[in-house]
Design a binder for this molecule. Structure first.
Ligand SMILES: *[C@@H]1O[C@H](CO)[C@@H](O)[C@H](O)[C@H]1NC(C)=O
Ligand SMILES: *[C@@H]1O[C@H](CO)[C@@H](O)[C@H](O)[C@H]1NC(C)=O
Ligand SMILES: *[C@@H]1O[C@H](CO)[C@@H](O)[C@H](O)[C@H]1NC(C)=O
Ligand SMILES: *[C@@H]1O[C@H](CO)[C@@H](O)[C@H](O)[C@H]1NC(C)=O
Ligand SMILES: *[C@@H]1O[C@H](CO)[C@@H](O)[C@H](O)[C@H]1NC(C)=O
Length: 534
């Protein structure tokens, strides 16, 4: 986490002064790694700026962009993420009269675009080898941009102007070519930045809003009442979290007894608080915490954080030069390592007084009342989950390295995998059996990444091995983000999970599954309208 880095600790503590900047960064988490890298060794290589012309029209033909963006190791997407962030930084740099920096950014944007355009011309996606330098150079520049931090009020103004101009550019581009429009799957994330900025502005401007949340909090010790239904969501996506909570509320028989515990990052903390205090979800209680406030979540306790401070690890995720590029970039996506993702292994620590919690990913929609889940008998197990091995390949051997003796000696390769994203956790059992300790044990053993590569499912499978009770499959229907799912399963599913790349809030989301999610978004909300969320 950023704050553990000495140089950045002070900055992070100046909570709101640079949250806007961070907001921009939220998506391009690549930066995260640069920050880590910079701790040990200052970036030495300077971006190689070459003057090549970018033939924009070339990108418009050839490559089927939708297909490529859906692929699990989309470099196109990573390049596009960087380009869109860099573009907004160019504007800010120019306004701050840092023309040299603006020029460097622009040149680097052109480099990335050339790559995309070449790929489009030859009709194959860019390869890791050819993109690596470009991605790294851009990442270095983005890191430098952070050094030129700006004061937040001016940043908000500038961001607003920038968002407007992006909007104009985008609509003119979409007119020119629908294929270019597909590349602009970025449009939705851009609306999400905008929503975050608007909400943060509201929050700091409106004491009423702030008071309302405090009042609600005081109105009950509901947050710790074990006779209620407790849910937790760890997310940096306001809209997605809102859908999870709204859909749970709309389908709940007793919304007054539902308590949502949201944990988000520094950047999204104020916006989320604003959103959940200005909207009511049938009386559901919503609490929003900032992960940066958990001082116990530090490198001396958490192996993942400790490993990230190790420059070798950082280098691996950042430059990926350790294994001759055999690992697709997806598995190096820093998002998979984000602490919000790993927080699921610390639920008893986050909620010390709770006994049972349902954990929901932010890419789910709830379609039924879930209270019955709280009384399902887990037979002394810690984790209630839906098994996923109906298709033979979702077994342990698919996720873990069975060439490794530690894996071979501890785990049955044919053990059934299960879905993370809708889990009932018995926190009493969890504490009793020291499950967090088990997780730490395996995470420590994986310092060289030979047990598994990345993600939270593999360590989850190890941690909850022999501690997982199977639930009826209709409780959790997976796959809506990457495959065709049996309509009968969808109709009967209590929780639908858009796992995969095609998230319903992205342009590349699967059209046929979007309406199920859209139903729970109030697109007529003035802020959503202002930000062009549709
Ligand atoms: C691109 O690929 C997607 C997904 O495979 C497909 O649905 C679409 O028809 C393709 N578009 C073109 C123009 O080939
Ligand atoms: C780190 O976390 C441990 C327990 O999780 C705690 O005892 C310790 O005080 C924390 N250190 C800092 C610097 O906050
Ligand atoms: C939990 O496990 C960890 C690591 O395996 C160990 O250090 C710790 O003492 C254990 N805690 C308890 C309460 O048993
Ligand atoms: C799997 O484990 C073995 C034994 O430790 C190791 O040599 C190998 O590199 C690992 N495979 C991967 C893909 O990490
Ligand atoms: C929640 O969902 C309902 C429809 O199911 C919708 O009418 C309402 O506007 C949503 N509320 C918010 C705040 O999104």
């Amino acid at each position: 986490m950023r704050r553990r880095n000495q140089g950045f600790g002070r900055q992070a503590r100046r909570r709101y002064s640079n949250f806007v900047w961070l907001m921009l960064c939220g998506l391009v988490i690549v930066l995260f790694f640069i920050v880590l890298l910079s701790k040990g060794n200052q970036p030495t290589s300077r971006p190689i700026v070459t003057k090549r012309t970018y033939k924009q029209d070339r990108i418009l033909e050839g490559l089927n962009v939708t297909e490529e963006m859906l692929s699990p190791n989309s470099i196109t997407r990573q390049l596009n993420d960087q380009i869109s962030l860099a573009k907004s930084l160019v504007v800010i740099a120019k306004e701050s009269n840092n023309l040299q920096f603006a020029w460097e950014l622009s040149a680097q944007i052109r480099n990335s675009q050339v790559l995309l355009s070449n790929a489009a011309t030859r009709q194959t996606p860019p390869t890791i080898t050819e993109s690596e330098t470009t991605i790294r150079d851009m990442a270095l520049l983005l890191y430098q941009a952070q050094q030129l931090h700006y004061d937040s009020a001016t940043m908000i103004m500038r961001l607003k102007a920038k968002i407007q101009s992006l909007e104009e550019q985008m609509s003119s581009l979409s007119d020119k070519s629908s294929k270019y429009g597909q590349i602009a799957a970025e449009e939705v994330p851009k609306s999400l930045y905008c929503l975050g900025v608007q909400l943060a502005t509201e929050w700091f401007r409106s004491p009423t809003l702030q008071r309302r949340l405090v009042d609600r909090k005081q109105s009950g010790s509901k947050l710790e009442d074990n006779s209620l239904y407790h849910f937790c969501v760890f997310s940096d996506n306001i809209l997605a979290t809102s859908v999870v909570i709204n859909s749970t509320a709309m389908n709940s028989k007793n919304p007054n007894a539902v308590v949502f515990h949201v944990v988000t990052d520094e950047v999204n903390h104020a916006p989320m608080k604003a959103w959940f205090s200005m909207n009511d979800f049938r009386g559901v209680t919503v609490d929003v915490q900032n992960i940066e406030d958990f001082s116990w979540l530090n490198a001396s306790y958490v192996p993942v954080l400790r490993q990230l401070q190790d420059s070798e690890t950082a280098k691996y995720y950042f430059s990926g030069s350790n294994d001759n590029n055999r690992t697709p970039i997806k598995f190096r996506n820093p998002k998979y390592l984000s602490m919000l993702n790993h927080l699921r292994f610390y639920i008893p620590e986050v909620y010390p007084s709770l006994k049972k919690v349902i954990f929901l990913d932010d890419d789910v929609v709830v379609q039924r009342d879930l209270s019955a889940l709280f009384s399902v008998d887990l037979n002394g197990n810690v984790n209630g989950a839906v098994e996923t091995c109906m298709e033979t390949f979702h077994r342990y051997h698919k996720y873990l390295n069975y060439s490794h003796p530690l894996i071979r000696s501890h785990f049955d390769p044919d053990a059934c995998g299960w879905g993370f994203g809708m889990n009932v956790f018995d926190l009493t059992e969890w504490r009793k059996r020291n499950v967090t300790g088990i997780y730490h044990y395996w995470q420590e053993r994986n310092v060289d990444r030979t047990l598994w590569k990345l993600g939270t499912l593999p360590p989850g499978l190890l941690t909850f091995y022999g501690l997982t009770a199977p639930l009826d499959p209709s409780w959790h229907v997976l796959g809506l983000g990457y495959t065709n799912v049996d309509p009968k399963l969808i109709a009967n599913g209590a929780v639908l999970h858009y796992n995969g790349n095609a998230k319903p809030w992205l342009k590349i989301g699967m059209e046929k599954y979007k309406p199920i999610w859209d139903k729970y978004v109030d697109y007529s909300h003035p802020l959503l309208q202002q930000c062009n969320v549709h």
